[in-house]
Design a protein around this ligand. Sequence first.
Ligand code: ADP
Ligand code: MG
Length: 698
Amino acid sequence: MGSEGATIDLITPTSPLLDLKGVGPKRAEAFDAAGLVTVTDLLFHLPVKYEDRRVESKIVSIESAGSYLLRGHLSQLRQVRIRRRGLTLIRGVLDDGSGTLPTLWFNRPYLLNQVEEGTEYLFYGTVRETKTGKELLNASCEVPERAQLSGRILPIYGSLGSLKAGLLRGLITQVFDRVGCEQIKDPIPQTLLDRNGLPNLSASFTNLHQPGPDSDVDSLNQRTTEWHHRLSYGEFLDLQLELSLLRDLEQYRSKTHSYSLQGDTHRRLFDFLPFELTRAQDRAFNEIQQDLLNAKPMLRLLQGDVGSGKTIIAALALVAAIENGLQAAMMAPTEILAEQHYRTFRRLLGDRYRIELISRSVQNPSRIRKDLASGDIQLLVGTHALIQKQIEFKELGVAVIDEQHRFGVKQRRMLLEKGTRPDLLVMTATPIPRSLALTVYGDLALSVIDELPPGRLPITTRVVSSDRRSEVYDRLRKLLESGAQAYVVVPLVQDSTNLQAESLASTIEMLEQRLEGFRIEAFHGGTEPTERDRIMKSFLDGEIHVLLATSVIEVGLDVANASVMVIENAERFGLAQLHQLRGRVGRGPRPSFCIALHGDLTSEAQQRLDVFSKTNDGFQIADADLAIRGPGDLMGTRQSGLPNFRIGDLLRDRDWLERARRDAWKMVEEGDIHSMPSGYLQKLRRRAKRHYDELGGG
Ligand code: ADP
Ligand code: MG
């Protein structure tokens, strides 16, 4: 960083890029289009890689292909004619005294005017092996006395729209010449940096854009230096602060109700349990109890693989409310699921409490409405019917939403409005990796059940080419003969309901031939809800042997006797979806099977099916999915509002995400956030408020 001349026209980190030499209105516009306005924005444009141009090599000692820095002179320079139009080729021979190396450049015709034979230059390029020996490809070339690229670790930038990499490097160098780096204030308090052992922002920028001669090139390229960590952490902290502020908006005011969970209540809380809780369940419920005892309302996501036993945890939270004289509610996305929960709660708690079900098909809703408003009904289970206008509770204490991804945030708010700041627990079986959950559901506290109840029979998973379809269905026939029930799932071929119906129709024909004598029924996304419920019910009652469906098949459905899942064209399903489908079986005493039939496989599909057949652990699957597809694909960036991290990587930097989450929550809870620069804080607050309004609040 030269600083001569810096006094003449200093710029600051917040100067517009237009203040840089070489940036006129047009380039400023191009920067703007890429989202870069200030000098600091430009500094966040990190090199995509680093070239190690520190040490000169000798031609004689080059043993393998790779990138090398060489010093020597050229001879036999010439442009070679090639037939393909638009392509030029220049050849020459490099001599460095230790040996010679054929050298070639593609598409750099101007070189002939710039480079002289016999003059000494520094070259940096790729040495590759060919049939006729080694050659040096597309080397950069500079005069040793004025070398800027050689003798150092050279950062390589990606271009930004029309702004080319070389230009960006020049501008960034200019920034370092004209801005005193110590001027770049770090918005993160020093105490926080110290606690995490992180360098400050200006040191990070300096070392990432102008790495010193002793830097570790591999770590730079893997983005694992402390300088990278500072930027990743900063990026995560930024988001986590916003989410913590969002949480603060959501649960700003204290509850009007409170709980006692000691003594007699404690005993009654647990004495209805038909089994011992697993360690993971126990931990999750402890976290929930802490929330209930807190002055602020609970806002918690309970994540657990299919079959991990979330329902009983919900039951405990609901009972906690009822035992404290409050009402409780549980909402599920479908009638079948709501009924399933209703039956479970009636069985476990029916002799203790008044429990009712509300859904479209409930007989006497006006009686329910009356008894709910008077407080006679202690637990109400239902579908969306639960959030209708006419439904009024006397005093709602705990509300639970099952399969929360099937509901919008609007519906979550509507449920909350059924009480005065009730405690909310939302549950999901979607095994997204923790790092993604912290990002997408970052305003919610997170509990994870990462363990299945004991005694579960394993599900045998087979991935089979569709060439062997007859074998598979022969086997299925035998299993059906022994009394099992089965699901067959085909992918959603098109969005069009007709096409779905068509592909189902042809599959049903195929099944009816192969499985003659068994009752088969089908539904898809376009099937009438009442028809769908009828089919599901008769499957539940064992009247239907094979249920054929598209992937709309009910989440959370517990049919113990269904022990076979056949997935057609499994290559068309995502890993998470495959895993969800497999979770429909393995719920009863029968040995269970999941058979994934597939057609031609891309290498990605192959990877997916490999992971699928190797593990039945939802969280391992989610991690693999994140690695194979990347976070954007995993969540469907648009819908989820998953932020685009420029530097942080949810997989590589997950530890820093955890720290950022912890630090951000603490700062907001303890009020330390006020020590942050006021401009920065304002920006965060504005974002949180916008986020809140987008979620339908206000
Ligand atoms: P999910 O998390 O998918 O909603 P459920 O709550 O439906 O899972 O539980 C799946 C099954 O496991 C149910 O039949 C439930 O009774 C049983 N179960 C849950 N917890 C335990 C436990 N700790 N010990 C034994 N069985 C359990
Ligand atoms: Mg469930």
